[in-house]
Design a protein around this ligand. Structure first.
Ligand SMILES: [Zn+2]
Length: 276
């Protein structure tokens, strides 16, 4: 069975410092398996640090992923903003190539009042350009459009899976909390989780489950979707049945915990999963 790793979105709160290297060391101490580097406010890591991070991750056997900047919209009205968005993705890809974070999660676009199918075509075209450049530069990373939590954001489960099945270099980031919030509390039962995993396998083949990338936390929502992340035990996210479904389907890859108490909940997830 493929191995499922658990870790935190960003440096664990109990790390010696907020540096990525100390975060990775702490992940290892805690007995977790992975960590997502948060470049959400911009890529500020230099090349020298990236190479150090790579070394520390390899030494400690911690698998890395990264989250690209939030300021990114491949459907912006201003063409300059679209260029800048592609450039931010490439910047993230270049630094991740150096630090060994092979999976890069990003929020692709906003609808901006356009019809979703028009936005889909636009995002696809822009992604083809980005992927072409990644190939040209020989960057060994994989981009993962995320299932987003707000109704104004491109990124329903269907959009993300379609995009990833059309552009084979892509793979999804399935944020089960986002999907739950975006659908006003639906998608929170064992059967629904199993059916989502079935959709992933239908779209991407068995590899889609062997190499899954998940974001999870407790979550709140309003009529526009996601409002706030919560600790797992303070919200209704049915993580136990999700973990059961993942085990049942033999999913492998990474589960990145994005709750406010990061590592405590990542450990809760790992312990719950291992006890199944
Ligand atoms: Zn995200």
């Amino acid at each position: 069975m493929a191995k499922l790793l658990f870790g935190t979105g960003g440096t664990p709160r109990s790390s010696k410092s907020t540096s990525s290297a100390d975060g990775i060391r702490r992940i290892r101490e805690l007995g977790l398996g992975c960590m997502e580097l948060e470049f959400v406010q911009g890529v500020k890591m230099g090349e020298k640090t990236a190479l150090q991070v790579r070394e520390v991750a390899e030494e400690n056997g911690v698998r890395l992923s990264a989250h690209a900047p939030y300021f990114l919209n491949l459907n912006a009205k201003d063409p300059e903003k679209i260029n800048a968005s592609r450039e931010r993705l490439l910047q993230t890809a270049r630094i991740c190539h150096l630090c060994g974070a092979k999976e890069i999660v990003f929020h692709a676009a906003y609808y901006m009042g356009d019809h979703p199918s028009k936005v889909y075509d636009m995002v696809k075209r822009q992604m083809q350009e980005v992927l072409g450049q990644i190939e040209k530069e020989n960057l060994s990373i994989r981009l993962r459009p995320e299932v987003t939590g707000e109704v104004t954001q491109f990124g329903t489960l269907e959009e993300v899976l379609n995009l990833c099945s059309e552009l084979k270099e892509l793979a999804p980031c399935v944020d089960f909390a986002h999907w739950h919030a975006r659908n006003q509390g639906a998608y929170n039962t064992y059967d629904e989780f199993i059916s989502i995993l079935g959709n992933i396998e239908r779209a991407l083949g068995r590899a889609g489950l062997d190499e899954i990338h998940i974001h999870l936390s407790g979550i709140g929502w309003g009529k526009h979707g996601e409002t706030k992340h919560y600790a797992l035990k303070e919200a209704d996210m049915n993580y136990k049945d999700l973990l059961r479904a993942l085990k049942e389907r033999g999913a492998g890859g990474m589960v990145v915990c994005e709750s406010p108490i990061l590592e405590e909940d990542a450990l809760l997830l790992q312990e719950t999963y291992r006890a199944l």
